[in-house]
Each structure stands twice: as C-alpha cells, then as structure tokens.
Design a protein around this ligand. Sequence first.
Ligand code: NAP
Length: 294
Amino acid sequence: MKPAITVLGTGRMGSALARALLQAGYLTTVWNRTRQKAEPLGAAGARLADTVLEAVGGAQIVIVNVSDYAATAAVLRGNDVASALRGKLIVELTSGTPDGARESREWATAQGAGYLDGAILATPDFIGTDAGTILMSGSAETFEANKEVFAALGGNIQFVGDDAGLANALDAAMLSLMWGALFGTLHGIAVCKAERIDLGELGRQWAATAPVIEGLVADLIKRTHARRFESDEETLSTISPHYGAFQHLLELMQARRIDRSVADGYQAIFQRAIKAGHLHDDFAAMAQFMEQPA
Ligand code: NAP
C-alpha cells in the first residue's frame, strides 16, 4: 500500500514536489506557514492541514521543503511535533550545509524518526519529470525501502552515501561549478556591452564553444582526480597560455571600467600557482591552490 505523505512548505519547490506526489497517486497532505500558498494544491487533490501537528499526524513520510534548516527547526522542533514524528521518516529536501544535515539526522534519530537528506539539483519545472535530479544521503536501507516514492519526484533520484551530509556536500560542489559558469557569463555580458557587441552574438558563440568548455571541465576533473598535475602528451593546455589570455581580459576590463572583483580573485590564484613554479604545468595544477586558503 502506498504510504501517506506530508509536504511541509509549499513555496515554489514544495508545491512542485506535492504536485508530483499527487500525480503519482499518493495521499498527500500539505502545510504552509502562509496558508494561501497551499490552497491551489487543495484544488489539485491535496489535503490541507491547518497546523504542522495535524499535517504530520497521519503521514508515514514527512517531506520538508522550506527556505533553510533554521526554518525546518522552527517547523519541526516544537515539543508536540517532535513527539508526533516518532516512527515516521523525515525527508529533508531543504537546501543546507553538510554539517546541518548531520546535525538534523542526529536530532531526528533522537526523536525516534528515520531521516534522509536530499539536495535538489533541479528547478521546480523538472520535478516529476524524467530529468528531475535529487541527490539523497542517510541510510541506504531507508532509501531502498522508499525508492518508489522518490521515483515520483524525478527520473534521476540518486543515493550518494550513508553520511547524511553527502548530498549537501555534492550539491555545494555542483553549485560552485554552476556559479563559475554564471559569473563567467556575467563577465562576458559586461565585455560585450562595453565593446557594443549584440548579446545575441554572445549566445551564438556560446552554443558553438560549449562542447570545448565541457571537454575542459571533464578533463580538469579527471586529471585532478588522478593528481596528474605535470604537463604530459595529453595536456590540453598548461597554465601559461591561460594566464596570458587572462591578462588580456584584465586589461580590457581595466580599460572599459568593468567590475574586476571576481577576476581579481582568479588573478590571485593564478599568481600563487605561478609563484610556486607551476606556469608550465597542466592547468589542473591550479587545483592545489584552491584546496586550502592562501
Ligand atoms: P520559496 O518559494 O521562497 O519558498 C520558501 C518556503 O519556505 C515557503 O513555503 C515559506 O513559507 C517557507 N518558510 C520560510 N521560512 C519559514 C519559517 N520560518 N517557518 C515556516 N516556513 C518557512 O523557495 P523555494 O524556491 O520553494 O525553495 C525552497 C527550498 O528548495 C530552498 O531550500 C531552496 O534552496 C530549495 N531549492 C529550490 C530550487 C528552486 O529552483 N526553486 C532548486 C533547488 C533547491 P511562506 O510561504 O509562509 O513564506
């Protein structure tokens, strides 16, 4: 028999999670601090609860998706709710830190509840689709036992390890990769604007060079994994040409008065690597200078 599920928090993401569960035929109860935001889900077939206690009462699985772990604590850690969680499974899909997830698991265990921590690597429109990705960590056994429920949330739900902090840790790594690309794009947009280049042109050039950049990223991960920092016959590029081209970007940014705060951070890391004698090593040698503070 399908478990009854409660979703606490029906913002943009929580609503998408609840809709996916409803679509998969789960008896779904929702609660949101601001009740109006949960009402459209009532029209879609969810049971609306007035209080958190009422919401968790009949559920076997309690999915939490609020803004951060402090909000989760505000929702779950009152005495009545904490006792009502005994014997239930808490699935924390709120974004947070690895240590936050570890502490939450300890707390849940102390209440006699099961705990899985998830990191959603998708926007709400991907939830419930084949391309929806959520990383989960905590207990492999608990994950396996509830796999069917998670499959309703997306086609790519992966268990990444027994340490509850792992999903958030991997999420942080992926977000870092994403922000590198997004801030890089902002640099590119600023350069185009300063040089009066139509942004449509930037879009076309991005589409053409994206496979080259993807290849560089994959190679960087692979070489760093193998700690192959010295240049060899498979090296795509040493630090030297990257540094030379980067100086042109800095000069242009200076001349056109483009904000350099992000670029100056890159420059500082380049210079530490070069000072330590890595100018002619594979670009992957830069990894050593990101693994610890200057
Ligand atoms: P959102 O639309 O701003 O919703 C935030 C939710 O948190 C609302 O339900 C809000 O309730 C609730 N909340 C905040 N503080 C609370 C408190 N102290 N007590 C009770 N409820 C509280 O944000 P969202 O986009 O759904 O994101 C929710 C979580 O999903 C975040 O952790 C986010 O990082 C994660 N996530 C989102 C995306 C995305 O693309 N949106 C992608 C990946 C992960 P009210 O309605 O009463 O304010």
